[in-house]
Ligand binder design. Structure first.
Ligand SMILES: Cc1cc2nc3c(=O)[nH]c(=O)nc-3n(C[C@H](O)[C@H](O)[C@H](O)COP(=O)(O)OP(=O)(O)OC[C@H]3O[C@@H](n4cnc5c(N)ncnc54)[C@H](O)[C@@H]3O)c2cc1C
Length: 501
């Protein structure tokens, strides 16, 4: 028996908590690790987890459990398919894999158990129940009560998305990650579907609040006990998407509508009133359209276990090293998730405005440029440029445009044509409603072209898009740092009509 050097309580037996328990025990049997999980071992809410192939190196290096699980039980694919208005457009170069969450958790539980961690299921615990442990790891998910209890020290913040989402499974088999968009008499609904096993696919539906209410899907009692599903919404969506899933069933598992919450926490750890570290969703979340929540939780586990091993005897140093190591990649994922989340907040607008080829390019260029996308998926990008040329007679930046009675020879302009009204984009999201009002006033004042400058890149694009897609007024994106690749992406995707550096 090795001597116990540290007693660690992990609250939450999700992927983050279980992986941490395994890694700690493997690294040093002197870590006595107990995982407390309020659910039973085989209770699992939700259906599947997607991983992007190119992002898993760090997790595989720590323990090949995910690689083995995906190889043995997962589904792999390379293409993303976008379905809109009867067309199906495919884009390659997106190596991904998915697995049922239940399967992944069972394997992680076995691993943690074999490594010598103690797993206590059906144990819901509070911080005060855990006296006697040297460190409490709060891996208790997005609703973390430990984080809220220590909010003054950890300074969490939350952004609640406007869009509504609900999570189902289906016995229809999607062929890789598939985005399906349908307009009902009440509004636009979109599905993220992907296979997670030989006979089940995940089926996540998003819509905007107005469509959700108009469709009468707001009647479910939010106080219903966990486990109960919204069967009215199931029936509505089964009918709406029947043609897309060959009349197959939707499967429920605690399926109810929610609004995605993006969480950030300034400090992931504290020593007072006692040592606590946050891990995974308890510390940070990123919209599920970037498929990274499980990966981030498991990468946190790698960083925390390495930091505790690298700084024996100095818990403060170890916890600071943990956050320093794990936070940069979380920040990068959260930054790339923001434009993606914004896309989902506005997709009804894109659905109505764009032809399928441009809709698909707009979607797939949320956080990647034309040239980078072309390296991944040359066929898809070639087809998009060909569709543009078929409509405009030239490549995007060489396509003429008539604005206010003036014929512009191309889309990259110097200066602003007569009749332009300039609008400054806000530098944070809180400024968007006011900027939108200014845009509406500019349109009402007869602007022939709206030029948007300043602020953040996302806010500029949201305003140039709104001018052209909502008001039908051409828009000019002014960005001094715009290189040719970004300029092409903005015009080809329909985010702006013109660009200026
Ligand atoms: C709709 C949707 C789709 C998603 N799709 C993906 C995807 O495709 N790919 C991906 O990587 N991620 C996805 N995610 C995110 C992913 O589910 C989470 O990021 C991931 O599960 C986080 O792991 P975790 O270990 O931090 O927390 P969780 O998996 O949430 O685990 C926390 C655990 O703590 C337990 N717990 C909570 N409080 C207590 C307590 N007081 N005492 C004891 N136990 C407690 C809970 O029961 C739970 O088991 C998705 C999320 C959503 C909402």
């Amino acid at each position: 028996m090795s001597e116990t050097r540290m007693r660690i309580a992990v609250v939450g037996g999700g992927p983050g908590g279980l992986f941490l328990a395994t890694l700690l025990r493997r690294a040093d049997p002197g870590f006595a690790v107990t995982v407390f999980e309020r659910n039973r071992a085989d209770d699992t809410f939700g259906f599947g987890v997607v991983f992007s192939d190119r992002t898993l190196a760090g997790i595989h290096a720590a323990d090949p459990v995910v690689r083995e699980a995906l190889a043995r039980h997962g589904r792999h694919w390379d293409d993303i398919e976008v379905r809109l208005k009867g067309e199906r457009i495919r884009c390659g170069g997106n190596g991904m894999a998915a697995i049922a969450r239940r399967t992944l958790l069972a394997l992680l539980q076995d691993r943690a158990h074999e490594a010598g961690a103690e797993l206590r299921f059906e144990h819901e615990v509070e911080l005060d129940d855990l006296d006697g442990y040297d460190l409490v790891v709060a891996a208790d998910g997005t609703g973390s009560r430990i984080r809220e209890r220590l909010a003054e020290r950890l300074r969490p913040s939350v952004h609640t998305a406007a869009a509504k989402f609900i999570w189902f499974g289906t016995d229809y088999m999607f062929d890789g990650l598939t985005f399906v968009h349908e307009r009902s008499p009440h509004g636009v609904f979109a599905v993220h579907g992907y296979p997670i096993s030989a006979d089940v696919s995940t089926f996540i539906v998003e819509t905007d609040e107005a469509s959700w209410r108009a469709a009468g899907l707001d009647g479910f009692d939010d106080d219903a006990p966990p486990g109960r599903s919204d069967l009215v919404s199931k029936a509505y969506l089964e009918e709406l998407f029947a043609g897309q899933i060959d009349g197959r069933r939707l499967l429920v598992n605690n399926s109810r509508w929610g609004n995605f919450r993006t969480r950030r926490t300034e400090r992931w750890w504290t020593r007072e009133p006692r040592p606590v570290a946050l891990l995974g969703d308890a510390a940070h979340t990123a919209h599920f359209s970037v498929g990274s929540g499980t990966k981030m939780a498991m990468e946190d586990a790698v960083a925390l276990s390495s930091a505790l091993c690298a700084h024996p005897g100095d818990l403060g140093e170890a916890l600071a090293a943990y956050q320093d190591a794990a936070q940069p990649s979380v920040d990068a994922i959260q930054d790339s998730a923001r434009p993606s989340l914004s896309w989902w907040e506005h997709f009804g607008r894109y659905h109505d405005a764009f032809e399928p080829w441009q809709f698909a390019f707009h979607f797939l260029s949320r956080s990647i440029t034309d040239a980078r996308l072309a390296r991944r998926a040359p066929g898809f990008v070639r087809a998009t440029h060909a569709a543009w040329r078929a409509r405009h007679g030239a490549e995007p930046l060489d396509s003429p445009l008539r604005v206010n009675g003036h014929e512009l020879p191309g889309r990259l302009v110097n200066g602003e044509p007569p009749g332009t009204i300039r609008l400054r984009a806000p530098s944070d999201e809180a400024g968007l409603p006011a900027a939108r009002e200014l845009l509406a006033s500019a349109v009402a004042a007869g602007a022939g072209l709206v030029a948007v400058h300043g602020g953040t890149s996302l806010n500029r694009m949201l305003l140039t898009e709104e001018a052209r897609l909502v008001y039908g007024v051409p828009s000019l994106l002014v960005d001094h740092e715009l290189d040719t690749d970004r300029a092409v992406t903005a015009v080809l995707s329909g985010r702006a009509d013109l660009v200026a550096r």
